[in-house]
Design a protein around this ligand. Structure first.
Ligand code: B12
Length: 208
């Protein structure tokens, strides 16, 4: 049986070969994508804790992140529904100044799996770019990610730019470790989610 504890350990150690191998085994054995993702995110939480404790530094965080990305990419074909007409369009990106994208990518993946067309703007995205992309693609959802307390304040600029634009009925949702429900309400966003599964529930709630 695939050893999910070893998967966490491999991601923490930045061992992408092992991380990819165990993920492949787990998929082959029919382990649910959510269970596999939980092991991966637990590893990244541990990496963050060790970084805070000055036990590891940015290069180690980076190799763990790369291992997680490569392993998580194997889950995408399972999560994404192909060939079905999308029920909604979302634009997603990481706020200006912020380069963290693992969580955003997972949300994009899960939204695609929920039959939402996702336009991924990447990282370090200026506020106006969210507005322009949502208009261009006729999006009804804008998702903004931020992992730094210093960049999450930039989410307000996005909300302000969207509300000042001609985009009506666009729901703005936030996510990323430092983001709280209070912060989302305070800057006038329509909601926030603490993980990718909750991000799906959140936007499905808008469509009922
Ligand atoms: C990996 C990592 C990095 C990697 C990023 C690689 C990449 N491609 O993403 C690298 C090495 C580049 C990096 C750099 C830095 N990092 Co960093 N990093 C992390 C780490 C360890 C993991 C983040 C992660 O991927 N988590 C796993 C994912 C799955 O979780 P998540 O991002 O929270 O996403 C979930 C939810 O939040 C939610 N979600 C996320 N986005 C969205 C969006 C929407 C719309 C919705 C609905 C939901 C949602 O769903 C996701 C899936 O479940 C965190 C520690 C932590 N505990 O978060 C530190 C952390 C975020 N980093 C930190 C710091 C300080 C930095 C640097 C400033 C370090 C430095 N001195 O240079 C730089 C900043 C670079 C920049 N300008 O962005 C601090 C932030 C402290 C703070 N309070 O601001 C943390 C918390 C580490 C720590 N404990 O100190 N980092």
């Amino acid at each position: 049986m695939a050893d999910l504890q070893a998967l966490s350990t491999a991601i923490e150690a930045g061992d992408r070969t092992t991380a990819v191998r165990i993920t492949g085994e787990a998929i082959g054995e029919g382990v649910s994508p959510q269970t596999i993702l939980d092991s991966m995110t637990a590893a990244m939480a541990m990496v963050g804790a060790r970084f805070s404790a000055n036990e590891i530094f940015v290069p180690e965080m980076l190799i763990s992140a790369r291992a997680m990305k490569e392993a998580a990419a194997l889950l995408e074909p399972i999560l994404v529904k192909a060939g079905i007409r999308p029920e909604a369009t979302a634009v997603i990106g990481t706020v200006q100044g912020d380069l963290h994208d693992i969580g955003k990518n997972l949300v994009a993946m899960m939204w695609r799996g929920a039959n939402i067309e996702v336009i991924d703007l990447g990282t370090n995205v200026p506020a106006q770019r969210f507005v322009d992309a949502a208009r261009e693609h006729g999006a009804s959802i804008i998702g903004i990610s931020a992992l730094l307390t210093t960049t999450m304040v930039g989410m307000k600029d996005v909300v302000t730019a969207v509300r000042a634009s001609d985009l009506r009925d666009v729901k703005i949702v936030l996510g990323g470790a430092p983001v709280t429900a209070e912060f989302a309400a305070q800057i006038g966003a329509d909601g926030h989610a603490t993980n990718a599964a909750a991000a799906v529930d959140l936007v499905e709630g808008f469509r009922v």
